[in-house]
Design a protein around this ligand. Structure first.
Ligand code: SF4
Ligand code: SF4
Length: 389
C-alpha cells in the first residue's frame, strides 16, 4: 500500500507563496483520495508553539502556514479552531508573540488555550492506556497536525507526531518525561498519544526549519518546502530523511513503524513532488544520536545502569553569565533536579539586579533524567548539553 506524501516548494513566507504551496499540496491529497471529508465537521488545527518566540526564530509554525491552512479547511466547509499549549508561558501570551493569535483573529477562528482537559481511553496503547488531553482535541471531529521541521535533543527530530504532544496541557508534559525518561519509551508514549488522537491530516512548515540546537535554541535553515499527508508517519519519515536522518534512528518514528497503523514499511513511502534525492540537505546540522535505547537497563543492575547512563548521555551545563534567572528551567524540570542557590562567588551578569545576581541555577546530576526540557525552554541559550567525559 502506498503512503503518499505531497511535497511542494515554497521559497519564502510571502503570503501568496505559502498559500499556493499549501493549496497545491492539499489538492494533491484530494486528487489521490486521501484528504479527509471536512465539510460540516469541527477541525482542530494544532500548530507547534514551543514557547513565546517571534516567528523569525523558527521555534514555532509560521503564522502564514497557519493562515493558509485555515483558509483551505474553511473553503471546504470545515468549522475550524486553532489550539496549542506550550510547556511554559500562557497559551494566549505565547500565541500573540509567535504571531499565531493575530492570524487566528484576522481569519475569525477561535483560539483554544487547552486549559480544559478530558480523559481519552487508549486501549490499543502499548505504554499508556489513558491520556488526559486538551478537551478541544478530544472533542474535535478531526485533529490536524501543523508542525515545524526542527531538530530535537531527546527525539533527534520533531515533526508531525511529536507536535501532538502539545495536546497535553502545559506543565503536565513534564510528568510524561519523568515517567518515560528513556528515549525509546518516550517515543513509544508519543506513538500511543497519536493512536489516541487519531490525527486525520498533517501539514508541515518546512519553509525555514531549525537546525542545530533544537527545538528551542537552534538556528534557522532555509529548506523551502511544504509537506502534507494523511499518513502522519509517512510525512515524518520523509521530512526526517530530507534533513539527513535515517528515520529508523528517530525513536518515535521507529516505534510508530512497528505498530503497523500508518505506513508499515519504508518501501511504501511515495512522494508526490520533487524526487527525494533533489531534496536531501546533506549538511543540515542534526542532533548526534547516542546509544541510550534502554537496552542497558535490561542487562545491568539499576545502580550500575544509572552510573553508566549518567556518564555517557549528554547532560545540561548552565552558563551563568548568560542566565537571565527567569526560572523557566527550574519550573519545568520534571525530576526537580534544578534549584536556585546563592552564588558562591560574585556572578553578576550585566543588567541583572542584585537579587538576581545573588542566585544561580544548581543541578543535582544524580536526579537529572536527561530529558532536556530545561534546554527547550531556556530563552537565553544559557544551557549546553555535553557528555561528562
Ligand atoms: S535538569 Fe534539565 S535535563 Fe535534567 S531532568 Fe531537569 S529538565 Fe531534564
Ligand atoms: S538557565 Fe535559562 S531558563 Fe534557566 S533561569 Fe537561566 S535563563 Fe532562565
Amino acid at each position: 500500500m502506498q503512503a503518499l506524501v505531497h511535497i511542494r516548494r515554497c521559497a519564502s513566507y510571502e503570503e501568496a507563496s505559502v498559500a499556493d504551496a499549501v493549496a497545491s499540496a492539499i489538492a494533491g491529497a484530494e486528487a489521490a483520495g486521501t484528504f479527509p471529508e471536512v465539510a460540516g465537521r469541527t477541525v482542530l488545527l494544532k500548530p507547534n508553539m514551543l514557547s513565546a518566540a517571534e516567528p523569525e526564530r523558527s521555534v514555532s509554525t509560521h503564522p502564514e502556514v497557519l493562515r493558509a491552512a485555515i483558509r483551505e479547511f474553511r473553503k471546504r466547509g470545515a468549522e475550524v479552531a486553532v489550539g496549542e499549549s506550550p510547556a511554559v508561558h500562557g497559551s494566549v501570551f505565547a500565541a500573540r508573540k509567535c504571531g499565531l493569535l493575530a492570524v487566528a483573529e484576522a481569519e475569525g477562528v477561535r483560539w483554544a488555550d487547552f486549559s480544559a482537559t478530558a480523559t481519552v481511553e487508549n486501549p490499543g496503547g502499548r505504554l499508556v492506556k489513558r491520556f488526559e488531553i486538551a478537551s478541544e482535541a478530544a472533542s474535535a471531529d478531526l485533529v490536524v497536525s501543523l508542525p515545524k521541521l526542527k531538530t530535537h535533543q531527546l527525539m533527534y527530530y520533531t515533526g508531525a507526531m511529536k507536535n501532538l504532544f502539545g495536546t497535553i496541557s502545559g506543565l503536565q508534559k513534564a510528568a510524561f518525561h519523568f515517567r518515560f525518561p528513556e528515549r525509546r519509551d518516550f517515543g513509544a508514549m508519543l506513538t500511543d498519544l497519536c493512536l489516541a488522537l487519531k490525527p486525520s491530516f498533517s501539514l508541515m512548515d518546512a519553509v525555514v526549519a531549525m537546525e542545530g540546537h533544537g527545538p528551542g535554541n537552534g538556528e534557522s535553515r532555509q529548506v523551502g518546502l511544504i509537506l502534507a499527508s494523511a499518513d502522519i508517519l509517512a510525512l515524518d519519515w520523509a521530512a526526517a530523511s530530507i534533513i539527513g536522518y535515517d528515520p529508523a534512528d528517530v525513536p518515535n518514528l521507529a516505534d510508530a513503524l512497528s505498530r503497523g497503523v500508518w505506513m508499515s514499511d519504508p518501501s511504501e513511502l511515495t512522494i508526490d513532488g520533487p524526487p527525494m534525492d533533489e531534496l536531501r540537505i546533506h549538511d543540515f546540522k542534526r542532533i548526534k544520536e547516542v546509544g541510550d535505547n534502554g537496552f542497558g537497563r535490561m542487562i545491568l543492575p539499576p545502580s550500575l545502569y544509572n552510573l553508566v547512563r549518567n556518564a555517557t548521555v549528554p547532560r545540561p551545563f548552565f552558563r551563568d553569565r548568560r542566565c537571565l534567572r527567569c526560572g523557566e528551567c527550574v519550573a519545568i524540570c520534571p525530576a526537580k533536579a534544578l534549584s536556585f542557590s546563592p552564588a558562591r562567588r560574585a556572578a553578576s551578569p550585566a543588567g541583572l539586579d542584585k537579587t538576581k545576581a545573588a542566585k544561580r541555577v544548581e543541578v543535582d546530576y544524580d536526579a537529572c533524567i536527561r530529558c532536556y526540557c530545561c534546554d527547550e525552554v531556556c530563552p537565553a541559550k544559557a544551557i549546553d548539553l555535553r557528555r561528562f567525559f
